[in-house]
Ligand binder design. Structure first.
Ligand code: MF3
Ligand code: CO
Ligand code: CO
Length: 247
C-alpha cells in the first residue's frame, strides 16, 4: 500500500508494534529443548492479547501462526514438535493482521553456541538490510535495494536465495512491487513517499539454490547449507525509511 493519511499510518504503526512484541516474546523463549510449536503458541498468544491475528493463517491458510524455520530451512517452516538444539539457527518470521492492516518482520536467532559461519551469516543478513536502508528512499528504483543487498552478501562469500525476496504490504501480505535481493532489471519501479514494503535479505552459506520440501510449504537450501533471514516492514520517505516493525 501507499500511505495516504494519518489513519493509515496509525493502523500500520499499530500492527507493526504487534509484530515487534510477537518477535520479542518468541525470541526470549528460544533455548535448547523448546519445540517450534511452543514458540508459535507464545507468539500467537501475544497476537490475540493485542486484538490481532496471524496473517499467513488468514490469507494463505498456513498451518501455524508464524513461520519458524531451522538451519537449512530458509522460510515458511511449519511449527511442530521439532525440538531446538544447541547450534541451531532459528528463523522467526511473523506477519500479523490487525484492523485490516498487515505488517511482516523476521529475525534469525542462534540457539546457544553456534558455529562461526552461522554467526557470520546472521550478521551478514542484518548488515545487508542496513545497507539497503541507505538506498530505500523516494526517487530510487526498487532494484537499488537488491543491488545493495547482494553486494553485501557476496562480499562475505554468501549467496542470496534469488527465489525469495521482499514485497509491498499493507492491506494483504504480498502486494506489488516485488523487492528482489539482487539487481533485477525488472524491478524498475521508482520508490515513492508513503510506499510500504518489506526489505528482507534471505541468504545462505552455499549456492543459494532453493527447493520446496515435501510438506508443500518449507523452502530449504538445495545443498542443505544454513540460511539466515532478516526482515522489517518500512515506509518510504525522502530520507531514512520509517521502520514500522522496529523496537
Ligand atoms: N512472512 C512471509 C514473507 O516474508 C510470508 C509468509 S505467508 C506464508 O513474505 F503463508 F507463506 F507463510
Ligand atoms: Co516475513
Ligand atoms: Co515478507
Amino acid at each position: 500500500m501507499s500511505i495516504s493519511g494519518p489513519e493509515e499510518l496509525e493502523g500500520m504503526r499499530a500492527v507493526g508494534a504487534v509484530v515487534r512484541r510477537v518477535i520479542e516474546a518468541m525470541r526470549k523463549s528460544v533455548r535448547p529443548g523448546v519445540t517450534t510449536a511452543e514458540l508459535d503458541a507464545i507468539g500467537d498468544k501475544v497476537m490475540r492479547d493485542d486484538g490481532a491475528q496471524s496473517a499467513p493463517a488468514l490469507v494463505y491458510h498456513f498451518p501455524g501462526s508464524s513461520c519458524i524455520s531451522l538451519n537449512d530451512e530458509a522460510v515458511h517452516g511449519i511449527p511442530g514438535e521439532r525440538i531446538l538444539r544447541e547450534g541451531d539457527l532459528v528463523k522467526l518470521d511473523v506477519t500479523v493482521e490487525k484492523n485490516g492492516f498487515m505488517a511482516d518482520a523476521a529475525v534469525t536467532v542462534a540457539v546457544g553456541a553456534v558455529s562461526e559461519e552461522s554467526k557470520r551469516l546472521i550478521a551478514c543478513a542484518e548488515r545487508a538490510f542496513a545497507k539497503a536502508m541507505l538506498v530505500a528512499r523516494a526517487g530510487f528504483r526498487v532494484s537499488e535495494i537488491g543491488r545493495a543487498v547482494e553486494r553485501e552478501v557476496r562480499r562475505d562469500g554468501f549467496s542470496v536465495i534469488r527465489d525469495l525476496g521482499g514485497h509491498g504490504i499493507g492491506r494483504t501480505i504480498h502486494e506489488a512491487p516485488r523487492v528482489p535481493n539482487y539487481a533485477d532489471p525488472q524491478a524498475n519501479q521508482i520508490l515513492t513517499e508513503g510506499m510500504v514494503i518489506t526489505v528482507e535479505p534471505i541468504i545462505a552459506a552455499g549456492s543459494g539454490r532453493a527447493v520446496l520440501a515435501k510438506d508443500g510449504w518449507t523452502v530449504q537450501t538445495a545443498d542443505h547449507k544454513p540460511s539466515a533471514h532478516y526482515e522489517h516492514t518500512i515506509v518510504i520517505t525522502k530520507g531514512t525509511p520509517m521502520v514500522l516493525t522496529a523496537a
